[in-house]
Design a protein around this ligand. Structure first.
Ligand code: A2P
Length: 338
């Protein structure tokens, strides 16, 4: 069975990767519709050896599509996802717009694929935040084996998570600074080149940023466990592709690091690279970038607490963190439900 697929935000950092992944995985596409703003309408992009014209989202008739993959920002999803659903299309939404609504499933394909069936509620499936995604792919086997009580996570997030303009800003500022010029500030509120910014998305009343709270809310929802507590700090770093996370967790029962490592080695979507004696560990740029798996390194018993485990988790934020999981959801949807 082939499906008619629309990509909303087809010219953006995630939309471009969605198109590449559809092609790579030979997704059963009947017709592909590439949608973006008026600015890009008329541009042509390649898909499966054919050139496809980008259309203005405003003028698109969603009854032509069976599935629409949205990555054009929250306000676009708010306005157009319900229109797409009304036209008979199923939406996989990559923004945070619908993630916290009880009747909208929030799916990581290695963790809770069964929830995809709940697309029937509202016609929408939400794709989690990139930082939550890689965290839960790696922690799922540990949650299943012994249960997790508390997660302490610090992130080191690439600029590609903020979209194409942010990728350009890091490149531009780097060149400017190396040429002794003042860095131009547009996307981020402070210089990102040669710097780290503890401010992602907007600040909340409790003093945490929204990016941090996404990890709290989404972990509970996806694991279907309100008792898991998460203490996050989310930080933007001058890396183009690939998020890193330093994670410390308290499990509900003891789990030796060797056992944790064995569980992770068998887990779907996870690659363990962990032999520090041989300097074997994964980094965002040299290992994760361009790959599908989540990479886990430095698995060890926490030196500061009982039933504690620590590890380093890296993943390509644009692929598993966004585009890949979106396509994986759509694959299951088309295969089992449509
Ligand atoms: P466009 O390239 O025409 O501006 P990114 O996350 O990399 O910033 O990409 C955002 C994506 O969302 C782009 O494809 C962009 O298209 C699209 N987009 C932004 N605003 C709109 C809009 N008002 N209508 C349709 N698409 C939009």
């Amino acid at each position: 069975e082939k499906a008619n697929v629309a990509i909303v935000g087809a010219t953006g950092a995630v939309g471009v990767t969605i198109r590449e992944i559809l092609e790579e995985r030979q997704f059963p596409v009947e017709n592909l519709y590439l949608l973006a703003s008026e600015r890009s309408a008329g541009e042509r992009l390649m898909f499966n050896g054919k050139s496809v014209m980008v259309q203005n989202l405003e003028d698109f008739d969603f009854s032509q599509a069976d599935v629409a993959l949205f990555s054009a920002g929250g306000s676009i999803s708010r306005e157009y996802a319900p229109k797409a659903v009304a036209a008979g299309c199923v939406v996989v939404d990559n923004t945070s717009e619908f993630r916290y609504e009880d009747d909208i499933p929030l799916v990581v394909t290695e963790v809770n694929p069964d929830r995809i069936a709940d697309y029937k509620n509202r016609g929408i499936i939400a794709n989690p935040n990139c930082s939550t995604m890689q965290l839960l792919v790696a922690l799922k086997p540990i949650q299943d084996a012994v249960g997790i009580e508390h997660i302490n996570v610090c992130t080191y997030q690439a600029v590609s998570g903020s979209g194409q303009k942010a990728i350009e800003e890091l490149a531009k500022q780097t060149a400017e600074l190396l040429n002794a010029k003042d860095p131009s500030i547009e996307v981020y509120d402070k210089q990102i080149a040669f710097n780290v910014l503890p401010n992602i998305d907007v600040i909340q009343e409790n003093g945490y940023t929204k990016e941090e709270m996404k990890m709290v809310w989404e972990t509970k929802k996806i694991f279907e466990d309100d008792s898991i507590e998460v203490s996050p700090t989310a930080v933007r770093v001058p890396v183009f592709y690939g998020h890193s996370e330093a994670v410390h967790l308290k499990t509900r029962a003891p789990l030796a690091s060797v056992q944790a490592k064995e569980l992770l080695e068998r887990a779907e979507g996870v690659t363990v690279i962990d032999n520090m004696d041989n300097l074997e560990y994964a980094t965002a740029v040299t290992d994760a970038s361009g790959k599908d798996d989540v990479f886990v390194s430095r698995i060890r018993e926490d030196v500061g607490m009982e039933n504690g485990l620590a590890m380093w988790i890296v993943s390509d934020n644009v692929r598993k963190g966004a585009a890949l999981n979106t396509v994986q959801i759509a694959e299951i949807l088309v295969k089992n439900h449509l």
